[in-house]
Design a protein around this ligand. Structure first.
Ligand SMILES: *Cc1c(COP(=O)(O)O)cnc(C)c1O
Length: 367
């Protein structure tokens, strides 16, 4: 086929693809196996909240209606839970949509964005889509945030600073002293976006990034999501908590009007009303995380310390080849593709049987 005559946006045309986990049906056809452990996308393996299923079957869910474009009930419930006003909260079609909307809110071509490497792909892809420049500070040799390098980069006043903590794909979280150091290094004119997609999995003594930032007085947005601990990845709902209502107002203009569908709004409200299910699920997955980490260490591997629902490890050779071998054994994991980290795999903590499947398959593949 000849190239299309219409000029395509060069920033978009040059983007690296988002490295999404393989679907179950593709893994089944590649492996010829029915029993697949899907451990590539950090989903909650425990299935759906009973309260969510009940809400979706109730008259509160009206698929023939346009849902509330302002997510009023959900934002009110979040404001109460988080101790802020609803006019600082914007709900998104997943927190991913908010990453794109934040970029549209503050970036222009050539603006500088600071983040880390390895990192969550969209923290780089969305700025690049707008023609911004992305600076990435590598992790330290012991799988930590490189605070001196981040402080030096922050001193130059990037427009945006994206950081996930707990850190996808590595696993650790900033402690209070480290978060305070980063906050102190931020100059007026920089927006700090702290992505807390794994907040619920963090250790009990980890700082609540939202509370710390609310007390700091700096311009910030904190991202959280219902996709991970709350187990609603397929419904797409997350949110941004902004330091200032004016940031939230402009951020809301950068989304589509009916971005959070009716099922997602009803489900997220029901989930917030029953946090005990989520907390019990998180407790079980933390135990499984410790068990899988021990099994990997017994194989001679060294997963990074994790405060998330996944483990990140150097498998000592090209991880794409290891991931392909694992697919043939019925296990989907995520081979990391960023330069310098091509020997790393990220594996989600699944159900007990999925984790046993992973441990056995990885033992065979690496033997
Ligand atoms: C999973 C993830 C998200 C995206 O979550 P959605 O709410 O499903 O869009 C955002 N940030 C990080 C760091 C994640 O790992």
């Amino acid at each position: 086929m000849t190239a299309p005559a219409v000029p395509l946006n060069p920033n978009l045309a040059a983007l690296p693809p988002y490295n999404a986990g393989m679907t179950l049906s593709k893994a089944r056809s590649l492996s010829g196996l029915d029993d697949i452990a899907r451990l590539a996308s950090n989903e909650n393996p425990e299935g759906c909240y009973p309260a969510v299923l009940a809400a979706l079957a109730s008259p509160d869910f009206q698929p023939w209606r346009y849902a509330d474009p302002g997510c009023t009930a959900l934002r009110a419930a979040l404001a109460e839970k988080l101790g802020c006003t609803a006019d600082c909260i914007v709900a998104g079609n997943g927190s991913e949509e908010m990453i794109a909307a934040i970029c549209r809110t503050v970036l222009e071509p050539q603006a500088v964005v600071l983040t880390v490497v390895p990192s969550f792909g969209l923290h780089e892809i969305e700025p690049l889509a707008l023609g911004a420049r992305v600076i990435k500070v590598p992790m330290t040799a012991d799988a930590g945030f490189d605070l001196p390098k981040l402080e030096a980069a922050l001193a130059k006043g990037p427009r945006l600073f994206f950081l996930s903590s707990p850190w996808n794909p590595v696993g650790p979280a900033l402690d209070k002293a480290s978060l305070d150091r980063l906050i102190a290094a931020i100059r007026p004119g920089t927006l700090f976006v702290l992505d807390e997609a794994y907040f619920e999995y963090a250790d009990p003594d980890a700082p609540d990034g939202l509370k710390v930032l609310q007390a700091s007085g700096i311009d910030h947005v904190v991202l959280r999501t219902f996709s991970k601990a709350y187990g609603l990845a397929g419904l797409r709902v997350g949110y941004a908590v902004c330091s200032h209502p004016e940031i939230a107002r402009v951020l809301a203009s950068a989304k589509t009007p009916f971005n959070v569908n009716g099922a997602a709004q009803v489900a997220a409200l029901a989930a917030l009303g029953d946090e005990a299910w989520m907390q019990a699920s998180v407790a079980r997955l933390r135990q499984e995380r410790a068990r899988v980490a021990r099994a990997l260490r017994a194989m001679g591997l060294a997963p990074a310390p994790s405060q998330t629902n996944f483990l990140f490890l150097d498998c000592g050779r090209d991880s794409a080849a290891v991931a392909a071998d694992l697919i043939r054994a019925g296990v989907i994991v995520k081979p990391w593709r960023e330069a310098g980290y091509e020997h790393h795999l990220r594996v989600t903590i699944g159900s007990r049987s999925e984790n046993d499947h992973l441990i056995a398959a990885l033992g065979q593949v690496l033997a």
